[in-house]
Write a protein that binds this ligand. Sequence first.
Ligand code: AQP
Length: 338
Amino acid sequence: MTVKLGRIFSGIQPSAATPHLGNYIGAIKPWTQYQHITPLKPILSVVDLHALTNPSLTPSKLRDNIFQMTASLLACGLDPQKCVIFQQSMVPHHSELTWILTCGCTLNRLQSLHAWREKVKKLGKGAGLPLGVLMYPVLMASDILLYQTNTVPVGEDQVQHIELARDIASGFNQKFNSHVFNIPEKLIQEESNRIKSLRDPLAKMSKSDDNQFSYVTILDEPDQIQAKVRKAVTDSNPVLTFDSEARPGVSNLINILASLKNQSISDSLQEIESMNTLQLKNLVSDTIVEHLNPIRKEHHLLMNDKAYLCTLLEDGRKEAAEIAERTLKIVKQTIGLI
Ligand code: AQP
């Protein structure tokens, strides 16, 4: 398993200041495990160029979010000695490779992607959607291919983008009769790690949700966590059972409990056997509070040491840029730019 994972690349958008519980359980917590088991350091990026597709982010907010997000990753247990943490825009190779790959990618292919079609459906064709929303999957392909990535951990909603990265890589290799790019594999997030909105358990928990009661951030204070979990949408059946389709609200709470306690769903069901929904909510909020307390304290300390965060991002930039430079140079030689 460890050898098979090889080089891992993943990222998180600083579209909000701090990750929510879904980002933590679905992405960051697994990353903290990979850093101990993969032969090569996982490469983890605060993908600020992707966040630019969000038109409501002001410059000062984005600047602050980048620091907050970096501090969050460290506070959650990522160790800069064991993984590379860097800010995407500090390695300009991402933008440069994106242009090169864009020239080998068709408009039809990008317009056929599910995420784009959803956006068009939601906002309408006449909405004047920015080109970045159409093109970000090519930027994502560059992120992955620059580091000769073997494994990309993703949620189900990102699978098409990994397929695109694979097609771009193999199309390039074939066209130039070369092995310039490694062909990455996806590692699909376990369903139990897919955390749903507390207000609408059919939708995923999301940073950009306007309703703050729909998500718990990793920096929420205990009373905020208690209030949000107490208000979580469940159902009127007083007996606790797990059924993601028929009982998405209750099942979401059980998933959160099982993930944070590193338990199986059946172990969690045993633990809550004699409880009612209110007792489950109390147990879930206590578990979240206990889990997030040390993270919140560490984040606070880190945010008081911006110089350390700057040094860390600079070290990460150097490490990432060294690998990115190697790949981009071969790409340029292959296509005749140098
Ligand atoms: N609800 C979720 N449950 C489990 N994992 C999740 N991820 C996101 N939401 C959930 C995973 O977190 C990583 C980083 O996500 P991202 O920053 O790329 O943003 P996103 O996937 O678009 O989702 P967000 O956090 O809700 O952001 P916004 O609202 O800005 O779109 C990814 O590995 C993702 O799978």
